[in-house]
Design a protein around this ligand. Structure first.
Ligand SMILES: C[S@@+](CC[C@H](N)C(=O)[O-])C[C@H]1O[C@@H](n2cnc3c(N)ncnc32)[C@H](O)[C@@H]1O
Length: 295
């Protein structure tokens, strides 16, 4: 995540039409970029925000403190978003689908990438962690210790789009026989030793993306989260999901289509303008899809 939220006007157009005076569930509150724009633009709107990263939540809390009771934040993952909504004062006692809009701005936030101790990045050395919620689950180092070579190659190919998936998986398995792979530098060096650098992309980029997706069960979370979101949306309410790679986007597209409570509003995904991409390079691969809960 850059410091600027992606597709800000497009997101506000979809969310505001449904929830300008109502409740927005921001399922990826991050640093509160989209949420603060929503709260600024719609003075009657309120936000329930969740994130599985407690550090992000603390930063969002600080940034959104000026909106007082119009914001309620919960430490939760997508799969538990219905519980978080039920626990919110904004909907106390509603007992029925009651949220007018839901936003998923998928992927990682910038402190996760920028802070070496979170272990997401190969740019600086850190422990090979990659958990969005460091309070539970296995780290990337633990994950790499156990995964069979074939499964690892498939993961790198399907979730990272890594064409050199087999030689990389082989090199990782050979290296782990000699010693534990504990740091981001160690892993990046193993990858760079088998894949020469071509162009600007670091050879470790795709492997790191695939591992992050697996360690955080991102695809499982998206599927369960989108279904749970459809369940908390009031009739006529709108769901917006922004994804950043084709695996995510394909899953969003299929899950929205398969849910008969939802009417898909975007036949093709909405893409950022050339102007936005110039201003905010992270927006380059963003694809927005939206759906409305049937009445
Ligand atoms: C791209 S950032 C969101 C940025 C936010 N829209 C903003 O403008 O500041 C994505 C956030 O979603 C969170 N996240 C990713 N997967 C999640 C999940 N399954 N459950 C809850 N939060 C998740 C990440 O921790 C991260 O903070």
């Amino acid at each position: 995540m850059g410091h600027e939220p992606v597709l800000p006007e497009e997101v506000l157009a979809y969310l505001g039409a449904a929830a300008g005076n109502g409740i927005l569930l921001d399922a990826t509150i991050g640093l509160g970029g989209h949420a603060s724009r929503f709260l600024e633009r719609f003075a009657e709107g309120t936000v329930i925000g969740i994130d599985r990263d407690a550090e992000a939540l603390a930063m969002a809390e600080e940034r959104l403190a000026c909106y007082g009771g119009r914001v309620q934040l919960h430490h939760a993952a997508f799969a538990d978003l219905a519980d978080a909504v039920a626990r919110s004062d904004a909907v106390a006692g509603a007992g029925a689908p009651c949220v007018q809009a839901v936003l998923f701005d998928l992927g990682v936030n910038s402190p996760q990438l920028d802070r070496p101790e979170r272990g997401f990045s190969f740019r600086e050395d850190g422990p090979l962690d990659m958990r969005m919620d460091p309070s539970c689950g296995q780290t990337a180092a633990e994950f790499l210790r156990r995964i069979p070579q074939r499964e690892l190659a498939d993961l790198l190919f399907h979730q990272g789009g890594e064409r050199a998936s087999r030689p990389i998986a082989k090199a990782i398995v050979e290296a782990r026989r000699r010693r534990r792979i504990e740091t981001t530098d160690e892993l990046a060096e193993i990858i760079r030793s088998v894949v020469p650098r071509r162009g600007r992309l670091d050879p470790a980029t795709r492997t790191f993306q695939a591992l992050r997706i697996a360690v955080n069960d991102e695809l499982g979370q998206i599927e369960r989260g989108l279904r749970a979101a459809a369940g908390v949306l009031a009739p006529g309410g709108v769901l917006v999901a922004i994804s950043f790679h084709s695996g995510e986007d394909g899953l969003v597209k299929r899950t929205l289509r398969a849910d008969d409570r939802l009417e898909v509003l975007t036949r093709k995904p909405v893409r950022p303008s050339a102007e936005e991409t110039r201003r905010n390079p992270r927006a380059r691969s963003a694809r927005l899809r939206a759906a409305r809960r049937a009445a």
